[in-house]
Design a protein. Structure first.
Length: 214
């Protein structure tokens, strides 16, 4: 068994046990004994160096019923302790959270799936499509055939491309000095599109744009 599969097995076991314990705690109104058992479970998961740290929170419609933090934020010997307010970079896992939040706003009538997203995100008011580079190396840009919508962003059909998978996007960023998506800066939204909105699907940072509308 590889180190990754061992870690995943530990995580899976801990998650299943935690879920079961929380179900029992909720049914019993979250007694001190239940919480102590969950603390022990998570401490075991962190112990032995198999997991550097963990933060757990469970809540019902009445509010939190469990909260705990164990281990370290860093593998360094002097790493800071995990706390209940530790900030985590969860990368592409934000896509599911953003999509859910966006659809909630659609249900409430605050966002529209098919209207130009520029109404709430002016940075995308005039999208440009990158068609390549001329003989001198200058980018060849043209206006997109149609505006970008929230539907395009949520379905990865807006036209954006990750620079790690698209050589033209990476080259454009290098020429212009625009930051890549790994920078987590809104300026990354100024990167030109690889195709017209709605014409094809390409997994990319579309949901970063959607997140800025919420």
């Amino acid at each position: 068994m590889t180190e990754i599969s061992r870690r995943n097995a530990v995580l899976g076991t801990a998650a299943a046990a935690f879920a079961g314990a929380m179900h029992q705690a909720d049914a019993q109104s979250g007694t001190r004994a239940d919480k102590a058992a969950i603390d022990h479970l998570l401490q075991q998961a962190v112990g032995g160096g198999r997991l550097p740290g963990v933060v757990a929170l469970a809540a019902t419609d009445k509010g939190p019923i469990y909260q705990g933090a164990f281990g370290k934020r860093s593998l360094a010997a002097d790493g800071a302790d995990m706390t209940s307010d530790s900030v985590f970079w969860i990368a592409s896992m934000t896509k599911a959270i953003t999509s859910t939040a966006a659809m909630q706003q659609v249900e409430r009538g605050k966002l529209n799936l098919d209207q130009p997203i520029s109404g709430v995100l002016p940075e995308l008011a005039s999208p440009q499509v990158l068609e390549g580079f001329d003989a001198s190396g200058a980018p060849k840009l043209r206006p997109a055939k149609r505006p970008i919508t929230l539907r395009h962003l949520l379905t990865h059909t807006a036209g954006f491309s990750y620079d790690i998978w698209n050589a033209n996007t990476a080259r454009y960023e290098k020429i212009t000095g625009l930051p890549g998506i790994i920078s987590c800066k809104n300026d990354a939204l100024r990167t030109p599109l690889g195709f017209d909105p709605g014409e094809r699907l390409r997994h990319s940072h579309n949901l970063l744009a959607a997140a800025t509308t919420l």
